[in-house]
Write a protein that binds this ligand. Structure first.
Ligand code: GAF
Length: 380
């Protein structure tokens, strides 16, 4: 990575595409996505913006404006690299492998999302890069379900994090005023592109059973949802995330099933520890997604708070993904009167999500979060 040097050698030219990828907050349903389970995220209004211009020397030139860093690479994309450069390289490589011709571009990346705070800055970046590159290269609206899978493979194959579909799906299908109840098994099994409506937030709402994406109205009235940064950066590839995923795979092997979605309620008792606790978390977390959806539909926000608390306890005690700074942050927001609070995202640091009833004083550094729209092209 070179610092402080312009990536302008590709020549000047008009902006050909501007794309925005939102971050996400997951209300509940953590570490369930790679177990074919249920999650309840929403895209937020903060995210990453990518501006594309033609690169006249045939090279891809990427400028991460906020960190003052550059990357230049040819196509076909050279082998995997470490750090932030793997995102643009991975997106270009996998879009090309999927049959899209991608034109050389100068890409400028800016963002409003705190990095490593558990709000999915990675998926926001991938979505903005992909939408900008596709539009820059003259492609129309992509099949978003297919794109979510492709961008999740960027994490798996280029970044080294064996993540599931939660973050990319939330970022690509966000819907103002709504959380999205994702059934990841149905997402994977949904009909192939061309056979079902897809590609827009409206389509996502039209056929929830077919797409595995069901918008659920998030009406908080005078209650507020906020995130509070624990101060511990988390990088999924470097955390215990991949170990948890391997533990779930091992539990499936021992149980003789293909996915923990098929585990019965007695399964945890048939497994050695810590696998039994891991499976107990996944099973009860799926159930908590159902409870949260029911609470939202009934307008029962105190019950939503209890679900957040129960999810946190399970992530801490059964899934072992908390750290002392996250515990301290949860304790602090509860002391201020939060009706529920939990770590959000993969764990091992990042942010805490807290639900506050009306009239409570929010922590000074709290960031209010509300459901925003999907990743999209912006006017140039
Ligand atoms: C991270 C991953 F990227 C998601 O796929 C998901 O597994 C989440 O951690 C935990 O629910 O955000």
């Amino acid at each position: 990575m070179r610092r402080g040097r312009p990536a302008g050698r590709g020549g000047r030219g008009p902006v050909t595409a501007v794309a925005f990828g939102p971050g996400r907050v997951n209300l509940v349903g953590e570490h369930t996505d790679y177990n074919d389970g249920l999650c309840l995220p929403f895209a937020i209004e903060l995210g990453v913006t990518v501006r594309a211009r033609p690169s006249l020397d045939g090279l891809m030139r990427v400028h991460a404006v906020d960190i003052g860093a550059h990357d230049v690479f040819p196509t076909p994309v050279p082998p995997r690299v470490e750090g932030w450069r793997s995102f643009a390289r991975g997106v270009v490589a996998l879009l090309t492998a999927a049959g899209y011709s991608i034109h050389p571009a100068r890409l400028a990346i800016t963002g409003t999302l705190p990095r490593g705070a558990g709000l999915s800055s990675s998926a926001a970046l991938e979505v903005a890069l992909a939408l900008a590159l596709l539009a820059h290269s003259g492609h129309g609206e992509p099949d978003r379900r297919q794109l979510a899978g492709l961008l999740s493979r960027v994490e798996n194959e280029w970044v080294g994090a064996r993540t599931g579909l939660l973050d990319q799906t939330a970022s690509l299908f966000g819907r103002p005023g709504h959380a999205l109840c994702l059934d990841v098994r149905a997402l994977g099994a949904a009909p192939a592109p061309g056979q079902a409506p897809s590609g827009t937030a409206a389509a996502a709402g039209a056929e929830p059973a077919a797409t595995g994406i069901e918008p659920v109205r998030l009406d908080l009235g005078r209650w507020r949802l906020v995130t509070v940064d624990s101060g511990v950066r988390h990088a999924i590839a470097a955390s215990g995330y991949n170990t948890r995923r391997a533990e779930c795979a091992r539990a499936c092997e021992l149980l003789g099933i293909g996915s923990l979605r098929d585990a019965d309620e007695d399964a945890p008792g048939r497994l050695p520890e810590p696998l039994g606790r891991r499976v107990r978390h996944v099973l009860t977390e799926n159930e908590r997604v159902r409870l949260a959806v029911a609470a939202l539909r009934a307008g029962d926000l105190p019950e939503l708070g209890r679900v957040l608390d129960a999810s946190h306890a399970s992530l801490r005690d059964l899934y072992d993904v908390s750290v002392p700074e996250v515990e301290a942050t949860v304790a602090r927001v509860r002391a201020l009167g939060a009706a529920g609070a939990r770590m959000v995202g993969g764990g091992f640091g990042g942010s805490v999500l807290a639900l506050f009833p009306p009239g409570r004083r929010l922590p000074a550094e709290a960031m209010r979060v509300a459901p925003g729209g999907p990743g999209r092209l912006l006017p140039r």
